[in-house]
Every structure is written in structure tokens, then in C-alpha cells.
Design a protein. Structure first.
Length: 455
């Protein structure tokens, strides 16, 4: 309990301490009770302290109304019975205590809420970091199909920054008329509230597996690029087919070759006999046909090989130079020419016989695609850790529809083609850890073999 002898003193105390109640006379020296009450109410700290005025009965009427207007809580009229005063004060103290506990409780809960909020924000940040760091695209859309969130990868997929994506209508980016099935899925998803996943080609030749989850607020999508795995899958299927064919070739190749050798031997023998002199041309033709069959079988057998046997440190340019006269003779026959641009390339582990075969097969195809007057350009160079061997022709090009098939064994568009040239190139390239790229237009085709440089 504090006792103040004037309004000014009371104001000082009120600033320093917390009080459950202020008991005050109306008439005081200096500041009177009302003026003091007004000032107490003005201060934030003391704004809520109950003020009880003590007044004499003869002044009660004129003071009571004015006092309440100025912020008095209650009045005690003199003369006072000590018990009344005690009970009143006790009541206020009790109230004060209740309020105090309540306030501390609120403070405690607020602190808890703040720390929970902090934790939530930390978790949020973690989730955000995860979403940003995953290699998949992640976007969320609301009920109106407007994008509400997009991570960096999603930005890359749509060729925009994530900020540019937010707020856009998904249908602007993925037109509904081009992807009717996708939107059908989304519609059903929103109804079922069950996760779904589907594959989309967007744009051409880029494939994504999209997993979608519906929420009451909208839908979230995880967009996973499967272009590369699809390509690898295709490649593996192709290699498996090649492998099977190779095994078959190895199995039957020799069985066919042996009788052919016998037949050829007899044909050569008989062609020298006087009796058959008239048919010499036929014998020559039969023998050359057998030779052709034999060379096809040789090519076919080379598909079965798993490893290049003759790997030696060689220079690609040197191999090209040795085989060039042969190619040039080929070209001259058809009134075509060969141009070479051989830039310096490092030596590399190469199987010379196989590389010759690769060069021949690619240049032959080029020559066969052109009309007289055309020319073939053979180039070598180093590019980004790879040795490039490029054969460029001025032929009619390769139609899109068949581009997928030209590496398949026996696929040919030529009357007397074997369809083995490119599959053989492919298996030679694979054995040399190289890849073959094709660029084709109606003005000609370019085959690029990329050899990884091994140090
Ligand atoms: N440079 C090229 N220009 C146009 N078409 C080509 C070229 N190279 C290959 N092709 C196409 O690929 C097919 C397969 O080639 P290949 O495997 O060498 O077999 P072949 O030459 O016996 O037909 C050819 O029939 C042809 O249609
Ligand atoms: Mg060919």
C-alpha cells in the first residue's frame, strides 16, 4: 500500500508501481481528485487502474456524475464503516489478481504462439528449399487455374522465370486445345481428390511424367523430365535387337559360308573346263554374286562383335587419308567429288579396320543419295572434349518418317541395298564409345560421329 499526500505524488507513484486500486479524495491541495483522475487515465500504464473516490455525503450529488465522466470507477460516501471499506478494497485486490494471472497467461500463450509460428516458418522454409532444390518442376494452381507457385525447374520447363509464371493462367502456357486429355485428367482429378499421374509430350520430343495432387484450394503438379530415360530405353531396346540379330548371324553365318565356299570352288574349277567355255560369263557372274553374298554375311557377322579387337593408338586423319583414294574412285564413277577438311585431332584408341568400314559406309550412303555433280565433305575437328568425324552430302535427305528406322538392321530404301551399312556403323561407334548424330534436310544430310577423347 502506498499513501500519497497530493495528486502530484500519486501520479509519480502510479508511474513507478502497479496498483490494484486508487482510493482518492475529491478535494485535495494542489491537483484535485478529478484533475488527478484525468491525468491517471491519460497515461497508458495507469489507464486501467480502478479509481474510487471518497466523498462526503453532502457533496455526493454534485460530484458523482462528474467523477464518473472523468474515469472514476466507484464512489465511497463518507462516513465509512471500516468493514465496508475493507470488503471493497479486498474485492478490487481480488479482481486485480485475477486480471494479473489472466494477463500473464495471455503473455505465455502469445509467446508460445510466436515460437510455434517461428517453427512453422522454419519448416516452411525447409519445404521451400526442398521444392526449389528438387530436379523436378513443381507448380501449384488455384481453382481458377491460375499459377500460385512455381519453382526454378518449372520456370526452366516453361522457359520463364518462376516470378513470371505466378499469376498466369495455366491454359495460356499449355493450350487446352492442344492437350485435351491432360485437361480431362485435371477435371476428373479435381472431382476425385485423388493423386493421378500421366505422361505429356511438351513441346515436341520432350516428355514429362506429371504427378498431380488435388487439394480443396487447387492442384499441385510435380513434373519429371523423362526424355533422356525414354531415349536410353529406346537405345537399349535397339541394342537388344541388334544383339539378338548378331547372335543369329554368328549362329548361321558360318553354316552358310562353308557350303558357299564349296560351291564357289567348284564353279571356279568348272569355269576353266573346255566344255563350259561358252558359259564363262555366267560363271563369272555366279562367282561375283557369291562374293557379294559373302561380303553381306561378313558385314552381318560384324554386328555380333562385342569388342573391337584391333584397338591401337591411331590418328583418325591418317586412317581417312589411307582410304581416301578408294572413296574418291567411287565418287568419280558417279561424276561426284569428295572434299576434305581435316583439322588436327589427337591420337585415339581405334580399330583401324572398323573405322575404315565406318568411313566407307557413311560416304557410300552419301554418294548413293546424290545425283551426278554432287559433292561430299569429310571433316574432322575437336569440339568440347570430343573428336568429330563429319560426313556431309548434298543428297535428297532422309524423310522424318524413316529417320527412326535407318539404324535398324535390314532397313533399306534402295533396290539393291542390304540395310546393314548403318547398323554396322552404329555397332562400331558403340564399341568405340562414340555416338552418331544425324542432321538431315531436303538439301542433304550430315552424319556426325562423336568420339569421346580419353586422356
Ligand atoms: N546420306 C544419306 N542420305 C539419304 N538417305 C540415307 C543416307 N544414309 C542412309 N540413308 C537411308 O538409310 C537407309 C539405310 O542405310 P544403310 O543402313 O546404309 O543401308 P543401305 O545403304 O544398304 O540401304 C538407306 O536405305 C537410306 O534410305
Ligand atoms: Mg549403306
Amino acid at each position: 500500500m502506498f499513501q500519497a499526500l497530493s495528486g502530484e505524488e500519486a501520479l509519480k507513484y502510479v508511474l513507478e508501481e502497479n496498483f490494484a486500486l486508487i482510493l482518492m479524495d475529491v478535494q485535495m491541495p494542489g491537483l484535485n481528485g478529478f484533475e488527478t483522475a484525468k491525468l491517471i487515465r491519460k497515461r497508458k500504464k495507469s489507464n486501467n487502474i480502478p479509481i474510487v473516490f471518497i466523498t462526503a455525503i453532502n457533496q455526493a450529488n454534485e460530484y458523482v456524475v462528474q467523477g464518473y465522466q472523468l474515469g472514476a470507477t466507484d464512489y465511497i460516501i463518507k462516513p465509512i464503516h471500516p468493514d465496508t471499506l475493507r470488503l471493497k478494497v479486498e474485492g478490487y485486490v481480488k479482481n486485480y489478481k485475477i486480471r494479473e494471472t489472466l494477463e500473464s497467461l495471455v503473455q505465455e500463450r502469445t509467446a508460445e504462439l510466436i515460437s510455434a509460428n517461428k517453427r512453422l516458418m522454419a519448416v516452411n522454409k525447409k519445404i521451400y528449399n526442398i521444392i526449389e532444390s528438387i530436379a523436378d518442376g513443381f507448380i501449384t494452381i488455384d481453382k481458377n487455374r491460375l499459377i500460385t507457385y512455381a519453382n526454378k525447374e518449372a520456370g526452366r520447363i516453361f522457359n520463364q522465370t518462376p516470378e513470371e509464371l505466378v499469376g498466369r493462367d495455366i491454359r495460356e502456357l499449355v493450350p487446352e486445345q492442344d492437350y485435351p486429355e491432360l485437361y480431362q485428367e485435371i477435371k476428373e482429378l479435381a472431382k476425385k481428390h485423388k493423386p493421378a499421374h500421366f505422361e505429356v509430350e511438351f513441346p515436341k520430343d520432350t516428355f514429362y511424367v506429371v504427378r498431380a495432387f488435388a487439394y480443396p484450394e487447387g492442384i499441385s503438379f510435380i513434373i519429371h523430365d523423362v526424355t533422356e530415360s525414354k531415349r536410353v530405353e529406346k537405345e537399349i531396346a535397339f541394342l537388344e535387337r541388334l544383339n539378338l540379330i548378331g547372335q543369329m548371324a554368328a549362329g548361321i553365318g558360318h553354316e552358310i559360308r562353308n557350303p558357299m565356299t564349296t560351291v564357289k570352288g567348284f564353279l571356279q574349277l568348272m569355269s576353266r573346263k573346255e566344255d563350259f567355255l561358252d558359259h564363262k560369263d555366267h560363271f563369272t557372274m555366279m562367282i561375283s554374286e557369291l562374293d557379294r553374298a559373302n561380303s553381306i554375311i561378313s558385314e552381318f557377322l560384324s554386328l555380333a562383335k562385342k569388342k573391337s579387337v584391333g584397338l591401337e593408338r591411331k590418328n583418325l586423319n591418317a586412317i581417312i587419308e589411307t582410304i581416301l583414294p578408294l572413296i574418291q574412285a567411287d565418287a568419280l564413277k558417279g561424276d561426284m567429288c569428295i572434299k576434305t577438311f581435316l583439322n588436327e585431332v589427337p591420337d585415339q584408341l581405334l580399330d583401324e579396320k572398323e573405322i575404315r568400314q565406318l568411313i566407307l559406309n557413311l560416304t557410300r550412303n552419301g554418294l548413293e543419295s546424290m545425283s551426278p555433280g554432287g559433292s561430299i565433305t569429310i571433316k574432322t575437328m575437336v569440339d568440347q572434349g570430343e573428336i568429330l568425324f563429319i560426313v556431309q552430302d548434298e543428297g535428297k535427305g532422309i524423310e522424318k518418317e524413316i529417320l527412326d528406322q535407318i539404324f535398324n538392321p535390314f532397313f533399306t530404301t534402295k533396290n539393291s541395298g542390304t540395310g546393314l551399312g548403318l547398323p554396322v556403323c552404329h555397332s562400331i561407334a558403340t564399341r568405340h564409345n562414340a555416338k552418331i548424330d544425324i542432321d538431315s534436310s531436303p538439301a542433304g544430310s550430315t552424319f556426325t560421329v562423336r568420339f569421346k577423347i580419353f586422356k
